[in-house]
Design a protein around this ligand. Sequence first.
Ligand code: ADP
Ligand code: MG
Length: 740
Amino acid sequence: MEVITLQTSIEKIPRVGVAYAKKLKKFGIKTVQDLLFYFPARYDDFSQIVTIAEARNKLGETACVQGEIIEIETTKSFYNRMAITKAVIQDLTAQINVMWFNQPYLEKSLKENDFICLAGKVSLSKEGLYFNSPAYERINEIGENEELTHTGRIVPVYSETRGVTSRWLRYVIKPLLYRFCDQIQESLPKEIIKKNKFLPIQEAVWQLHFPDSFEHADAAKARFSFEELFLIQLNVLKEKIRLMQKKAHACPMDADLMKKFTDSLPFQLTDSQKKCAFAILKDLEKNVPMSRLLEGDVGSGKTVVATMAALNVVKGHAASAKGFGEPKQVAFMAPTEILAKQHFKTVSEALKNFDITLGLMTGKDARIYKEGETTEVSKKSLLGDLENGQLDIVIGTHSLIQKGVEFKDLALVILDEQHRFGVEQRDHLIKNKKLVPHLLSMTATPIPRTLALTVYGDLDLSLIDEMPANRKKIKTILVEPSQRKEAYDFIRKEVAGGKGVFVIFPKIDSAASKLKEAIAKGGEITGSFVPQNYTPMSLSALAISEVKALKDEYERLSKEVFPDLRITMLHGKMKPAEKERIMLDFKKGEIDILLSTSVVEVGVDVPRATIMMIEGAERFGLSQLHQFRGRVGRNDMQSYCFLFTTDPSMLNRKRLKALVESNNGFELAEKDLEIRGPGSLYGTVQSGIPDMAMQGLSNIFLVEKTRAAAKEILEKDPELKEYPELKERLKAFQARIHFE
Ligand code: ADP
Ligand code: MG
């Protein structure tokens, strides 16, 4: 027989077997050790055992009692053949009735005269006191309170997935703890345990599953919160060290060129923009790869800063006395096609006097801008130009880092509205190359300090903390349904003055419009959108109660409200070429009102637009609303943001109020954190981050402590040679998590 160890595959554990092993694999549990590290999500406090008479005083509350089974019977319900088990339990003070549903195996496991411990909510019916489906556990005698697993203690509750219950997990984990807990190797360095007075790992694992008290559970949690954050810190700091050992293109700063560029702009850079541009240009001069995050609220002018960096990389070599001779390339990546095309236009316009060849590559399109002309080319020819160095700057979506894209001499990667580039993606770009490209990442999403120090801890931060001077504060207004007409009148006035209007909808189709379509087709009316008790009469009622949808409103606005204005729809289901044409028309002023879904959420720059009207505003998150609002106010004209809600009571929503009160993305992110809790903000960080680390992430002291500890260890021992167990854990951790 094989000896079972912590590393043994769980299917070899008798209580688990092949079928359960398969289910557990879905939560990433493969070995005995993995199972012991599958921690509960919360606890039920069944630690106070009372007599049945005392339970009478706990109606509606949770109680735990012990007694003898004096009657038990399982029957099948007449209607649906469900097993119903009824029992009567008695102690020296009183009796209580119990029933369980759909647990036919109880018939075999519980018998009359057995002693039992029960925990659950106490209820009262005509027949007296009863428990409905309580937790239960057989005991040898009344008064037994040692070695209880499911009752009579603080009971762990795990996050369950179909087919694996908390009860089953307790039943499997407990004996494994008895057998293997002592063998778990300590992973934290001794000095850290000592300094922080942490529980040793064996005890912490035990106390997390079956705590002696809530204080014990908290102490165990504190240890693992620290450990998980510490692993994140080790991970990012190691990556930082790894990159620092690589070489990058040194791109000397060409001050004359930069001056010539800023002089050519129709505006003055803000001090913040200058400061950030300088920090970036200084980084680019070094021959170690830059990893910098440029953070600035929507509309703060990040694109122009990135454009300066790109220009300097491409043309700056001329200034070099040492003659870093060869021209270099820049890749500029945007999250959407709309944005990539916009950047292509902006950048080619801004650099038109600088003799630069620019490429655009999105899903299907490929274009080249050269000497003032843009031409469509085949993707193949664009790829060829990239590879032989004919192209200086290429702008595109993720297709830029796909297989088959080769650069001659890529020196800088710019990422717009994405925080981070996966390690693999950067590695992919440099395969077969000696030099690593510099990385400039840009975002309008404020990153709280705790995250900047953890998940983004390998990036240096530059902050544009001021808006261009010409901007007026956007007026944000919560609009009552009764004021809709007034809002429309206002829109009409603005349009007459040549301004552009966005109207955003949470969805394209409404149930009512789908229903109409179905009726028109004469087909059978089915689907999740069909309301119960549907009658044609209920159609109009439905349309009123429902959140406004793009297509319905397009009909209504273009036919009834603004028949004389130029109104167009934009949504994600359209072809890229169509979306592009619409955006260009809107920019040029050939469209007055653009009705859109959230596809215009990030980055879109239409300076002539002054009104952002949002329907069903309560459907969007605060940062998303702030992003929408950032589509206007990009000029010296007064801009407005109108928020409409489906239900007037929503007007009082904290979230919408916060938006009215603040125009500052950083403040709003903090508010969001306050209103919705940490989960909301970290939604941007692709998960895989363990729960405990997540909780730890809201604790700046803990974050700073773990960062200092990780630094200290890595400075002493960058390869973690002295800490083999820690190194193992880190490896497993890296396999488990994936940052954005
Ligand atoms: P974001 O930081 O949100 O990406 P953009 O780079 O799109 O912002 O810039 C928003 C608008 O502000 C653009 O139309 C841009 O030309 C303009 N802009 C940028 N910097 C300045 C400035 N210093 N003064 C005036 N307008 C500016
Ligand atoms: Mg932008």
